[in-house]
Design a protein around this ligand. Structure first.
Ligand code: GLN
Length: 446
């Protein structure tokens, strides 16, 4: 009740929630009370959380930030939501995001931009900007997010939070609305690494309903938080500290790395030579997958339908013309172009080849070091509206985050002080299924 009241009072200024699920929250809270009384509570029983509005939630509008799904009430729960329900958490609501998770600022949402609680003129990052803002503004203790090219880590960085993008296949994608299916991965957005570990214990599971989900035992992520990090090898990619990085951010990251050195970690410079190719490869592959995933929105099956269509063609065309926003249309155009018969070899195949080389870079790096550290973003949060007329300048802000998704690796953003009066995120990248190691490092730092 305290959270619901606070949301009513304070969320209008932030616009972090698309839907507040008051009735569901009170019902789940009651059930949690009963469960606690009966003595069979799980660690998160009764804890209120918010879900990014990309996770299907039964009986609740699941909009993905789009007019296309404004009227869509999911008939079933995503596995992530189901896992949290089974743990006894209380759903406060569904959080704002860039339309279909396409963006880095939460400005492309049909429901209007979310504001950064640290400075209401600034973007909170994206696409999970609503989740980041509500946790930062204490309108939820924790939230779920998804990360296709940085959408958990970058908003976590912009709002001073801890955000973890797990290894591809660690968290089920079933019922999570698809953007780039080979890149998408759900994860927690929290205040601390310990909270993230508790969330991961619930979120990570093997799910036969997601064919890319891996059948691998889920460790207790809280068990190793306090492990000694002495002798752990940290690699700093020289490409991450060059041109384009705000010197204030560089300073904050260097200070953070020193902290790990103080605790006995060994720091060395490494190279990820394909860093510059990550953006062009990602911005072919992600739109290509998005263009096929979004073909399901045709006005027939669910979601928005244009009024009085003349015929089937008119139904398809006008539904999509009216239902999708500008950025989504741009991605569909880019993706369809890259996949078309005449250009497939020139763009899509090339991008896939780069993807493999980027993965090889990481494989080589992990022969030398245990984890890789660097900034999550090259710049501090920008003013709302500043990048609207120049989408490519926004794409370039994803330089440090997208390569992990191309490789399928886990990565985390951890609060590392301030630059330009706003939070800075330290990114820690691990080898496949090294989430526990990332959480351990983050916890020792916090
Ligand atoms: N900013 C990136 C994009 O627009 C990443 C988004 C995401 O991770 N969902 O595609």
């Amino acid at each position: 009740t305290a959270y619901l009241e606070k949301i009513k009072k304070e969320d209008p200024a932030i616009n972090g929630y698309i839907t507040v699920t008051e009735e569901l929250a009170l019902e789940q809270a009651k059930a949690a009370d009963a469960r606690i009384k009966a003595g069979n509570a799980a660690p998160l029983t009764g804890v209120p959380i918010a879900h990014k509005d990309i996770f299907c939630t039964q009986g609740v509008r699941t909009s993905c930030g789009s007019k296309m799904l404004d009227n869509f009430k999911a008939p079933y729960n995503s596995t992530v939501v189901e896992n949290f329900n089974a743990a006894g958490t209380v759903t406060l609501g569904k959080t704002n995001l860039d339309e279909f998770a396409m963006g880095s600022s939460t400005e492309s949402s049909y429901y209007g931009p979310t504001k950064n609680p640290w400075d209401l003129n600034k973007v909170p990052g994206g696409s999970s900007g609503g989740s980041a803002a509500v946790v930062a503004a204490q309108l939820a203790p924790a939230a779920t997010g998804t990360d296709t090219g940085g959408s958990i880590r970058q908003p976590a960085s912009f709002c001073g939070l801890t955000g973890l993008k797990p290894t591809y296949g660690r968290v089920s994608r079933w019922g999570m609305i698809a953007y780039g299916s080979s890149l998408d991965q759900g994860g927690p957005m929290t205040k601390t690494a310990e909270d993230a570990a508790l969330m991961m214990n619930v979120m990570a599971s093997f799910d036969p309903k997601d064919s890319t989900c891996l059948d691998k035992e889920v460790p207790d992520y809280t068990a190793t938080l306090n492990n000694d990090i002495k002798g752990l090898r940290i690699g700093l990619p020289k490409e991450y500290f060059g041109e384009g990085l705000d010197p204030e951010i560089a300073k904050a990251i260097e200070l953070a790395v020193k902290e790990f050195e103080k605790q006995g970690a060994i720091v060395k410079e490494i190279s990820l030579p394909r860093t510059a190719e990550a953006i062009p490869a990602y911005y072919i592959i992600a739109p290509a997958e998005a263009s096929t995933n979004l073909s399901r929105y045709d006005g027939v099956r669910y979601g928005y339908r244009c009024e009085d269509p003349k015929d089937v063609d008119d139904l398809f065309c006008r539904t999509r013309q009216e239902g999708f926003g500008e950025e989504v249309k741009r991605r569909i155009m880019v993706g369809t172009y890259a996949l078309s018969a005449g250009f497939y070899d020139a763009y899509y195949r090339k991008a896939q080849q780069l993807r493999r080389l980027i993965k090889n870079d990481y494989e080589n790096a992990f022969k030398e070091v245990d984890v890789i550290m660097g900034p999550t973003t090259p710049n501090s949060p920008w003013n709302i509206g500043d990048k609207n007329s120049d989408p490519v300048s926004a794409y370039l802000e994803d330089i440090y985050t997208v390569s992990l998704n191309l490789a399928g690796l886990p990565g985390m953003s951890v609060p590392a002080g301030m630059a330009n009066g706003l939070p800075v995120g330290l990114q820690i990248v691990g080898n496949y299924f090294d989430e526990a190691k990332l959480l351990n490092l983050a916890h020792k730092y916090q």
